[in-house]
Design a protein around this ligand. Structure first.
Ligand code: HEM
Length: 410
């Protein structure tokens, strides 16, 4: 009897209905039959075991910049299409795709300023969540994504950056526009919207950076122009591109974390009852959602030299993809991995990647989700899914998992 063929990368995206409905049938099969899978279609090796994934993301010798991938790494090459190789790399990409020494040089001052802001930001997040809930007062049926999960992360990052209230409507529109850069299937109209939004944002940052130099305020843009003047020496391009990266990296992902969390808790009333009985367990609840239904499927690295990994020889420049979703359900590490269990003994998931590139927004995403969930279930004691047996409206965006809509009743 011939064995079933192994899934290709394309089959591990929402375009494949089987994956969309339950990604773990394919990921479990891949992990058990071929945990180090040489996928010819993407020109990448795909890892699904927790130990391998954790080892790769934590390895600071690995490269990240797709410009350094070998010629056959077709998926990596998609990220560099149209990039002018004559420009300095720090003018064409954010820290997400930079390698050291530039990565550390740009990330360090940005992380320092962002973490300091997040550490004192809880009261503002609480206010933003309260306002979103106030807007829903008295309503008995609504789309939770549209009314709650989408606006909160945008308003939070706008406040951190220091966007004036009268520019908030424009800023929201630009944020939604630049998010299209993550959508490889965007329509021509969406591409036009994306390009216009990124130009408008870039102009906005240029204008605001100049304004904060003469009139400093209590916001992240002021922090960054100050650090530029004092010690970091980051260029204006580096500031603009990385401030935009906070928007692109942080909005959709945090929206999906909150949406996935609400759906899972409503489908698992026993787990929701534990949270209602003791809201202090919210940390563990958010970590279990990040393990069980992470918003980001995969991240990548590039082998810096000829090497052997998990018994497989790798070429220098070979593209490595790691399945964060697969690793988070590895039965070698997590008991009964397909059970959503907020009382699970904590073992670190890999939803935020790791090592030098670990998600810079993780503390903010955690704060937003924790505040949003506690307040939502407190304000709406009878919250329920409008169609609990229905198929969720999963978004068709490869390598991300979140919902287009989530109809609820209150
Ligand atoms: C639940 C929400 C989020 C998830 C699941 C998530 C996931 C990730 C992952 C998997 C990576 C790649 C890590 C690696 O390759 O090792 C990453 C990087 C990044 N994330 Fe997030 N993220 C989230 C929220 C945010 C937020 C709120 C922000 C901004 C405020 C943000 C900004 C970034 C940036 C700029 C990077 C690049 C970091 C680097 O390469 O040094 N993310 N994120």
């Amino acid at each position: 009897m011939t064995e079933k063929p192994l899934p290709t990368i394309l089959e591990l995206t929402p375009f494949n209905e089987q994956f969309r409905l339950d990604p773990h049938v394919l990921l479990d099969d891949l992990r058990s039959r071929c945990p180090v899978h040489d996928d010819k279609g993407s020109g990448s090796v795909l890892f699904t075991r927790y130990g391998d994934v954790r080892g790769i993301v934590n390895d600071r010798e690995m490269w990240r910049d797709p410009m350094r991938a070998e010629a056959g790494a077709v998926l990596q090459q998609r990220f560099t299409a149209g990039v002018d190789p004559n420009l300095p790399r720090t003018s064409t990409t954010s820290i997400l795709m930079l390698d050291d020494p530039d990565h550390g040089r740009v990330r360090q001052p940005l992380a320092q300023a962002l973490y300091a802001r997040v550490a004192k930001f809880r009261p503002q997040v609480e206010r933003i969540v309260d306002e979103a809930l106030d807007d829903l007062a008295g309503e008995t049926a609504f789309d939770l994504m549209d009314r709650f999960c989408v606006p909160i992360p945008i308003d939070v990052i706008a406040q951190i950056l220091g966007v004036d209230r009268e520019r908030l409507v424009e800023f929201r529109a630009w944020s939604e526009g630049v998010i299209q850069s993550l959508n490889p299937l965007r329509t021509p109209e969406q591409t036009v919207q994306m390009e216009a939004a990124s130009l408008a944002l870039s102009d906005y940052f240029t204008e605001t950076m100049a304004a904060r130099r003469t009139d400093p305020r209590d916001d992240l843009i002021t922090d960054m122009v100050r650090s530029q003047a004092e010690d970091s020496g980051l260029s204006d391009d580096e500031l603009r591109i990385n401030l935009s990266a906070l928007l692109v990296g942080g909005n959709l992902t945090t929206t999906d974390l909150i949406g996935n969390a609400v759906r899972l808790l409503l489908l698992n009333p026993g787990e929701l009852a534990k949270l209602r009985a003791d809201p202090a367990i919210i940390n563990a609840v958010v970590e279990e959602v990040l393990r069980y239904e992470p918003p980001v499927d995969m991240t990548g690295r590039i082998a810096p030299e000829q090497m052997e990994l998990a018994g497989c020889p790798l070429r220098s420049g070979q593209s490595l993809l790691v399945s964060l979703r697969g690793a988070n359900r590895d039965p070698e590490v997590f008991d009964d991995p397909h059970r959503f269990d907020v009382s699970r003994k904590h073992k670190p998931h890999v939803a935020f990647g790791g090592g030098a590139h670990i998600c810079i927004g993780a503390p903010l995403a955690r704060l937003e989700a924790q505040v949003a969930l506690v307040k939502l279930f407190d304000r709406f004691p009878n919250l329920a899914l409008a169609d609990p047996a229905g198929t969720p409206a999963w978004r068709m965006l490869p390598f991300f998992r979140g919902m287009e809509r989530l109809a609820v009743t209150a």
